[in-house]
Write a protein that binds this ligand. Sequence first.
Ligand code: IPM
Ligand code: MN
Length: 353
Amino acid sequence: MDALITILPGDGIGPEVARSGKEILQLIANKYNHNFKFEEKLIGGSAIDNCSSPLPQETIDTCKDSNAVVLGAVGGPKWDNPNAKLRPEQGLLGIRGSLGVFANIRPVIIYPSLAKASPLKEEKLIDVDLIVIRELTGGIYFGEKNRTENKASDLCVYHDFEVERIIKIAADLASKRKNKLCSVDKANVLETSRFWRNITDNIIAKDYPHIDIEHILVDAAAMYLINRPSDFDVIVTENMFGDILTDEVSMLSGSLGMLPSASLGDNKVGLYEPIHGSAPDIAGKGIANPCGMISSIAMLLRYSLNLQEEAIDVENAIYNVIENGTRSADIATADDKVSSTEQITKLIIDEIN
Ligand code: IPM
Ligand code: MN
């Protein structure tokens, strides 16, 4: 198949893991006789430095013309001035908004041999298999912001259609798994959460009567995810709660560096990024964990290109390399040998070959 894939390396370790992702895509193209073309565009801090905008129009246009977009990470101390008008994160939110990718799918993948890398007791990790669906283009991230000398505000807004479409995605996924859905909100305090809960109940009652729906307040959910993570299957939640809870649940898999994400909308272009950030403390050292990125590439093959066999090939390769004992610094324990980004990528490539 022919596909145009735009790569947005971004900042910090973004370019390092994006390079690994591209190598895997090129390899899959060769092995399965596909024709993948690549474009590379600026986003985030590097775009601010080069074109005075965290999201140049050219980046948006190229992404919209692609079949899929791969993003490394954005941000770093260089652009962290709290009074700066331009921030790298505006580029990330801007591309999510421009592509309309409202459904952010973040699966927690457990690799048995990484149980030791998790701060949780190993027995808590038995049977953990959960996916968080995070609403990605609404809520407090996108509401009106205001600031005067002695007051600041961020507005949290949800429209009915925004809640409906994300709940449908989550309910469809739950229908393919265990018919079990957990919606996380803060309905004891927030009006947007009560609105979200009402809409959710109506949709489930009307269109998904086979689904067992549970509503959990976000503070309790944060506790249960540590306490009894294996009770969860599909979790759906609003933008900011999803951001926070997915960093938390990444600890189940051992490291933030392991988790992938796919962001999908109604139109064809999907956005794929590891859930980790730009990790400025290790940028340039070649030691970043490429697994979150390479798992995101598997999601790209599956969701944007409908290449199921290729996706499984990539997933199995990561699994085997990890289970054979290969470790980047973030998942290494006491006497593990630590491998570089390049070495791990090479081992995954050998495994696919
Ligand atoms: C993420 C990140 C972003 C977010 C930041 C960099 C804006 O933390 O993708 O989870 O909050 O969505
Ligand atoms: Mn985050």
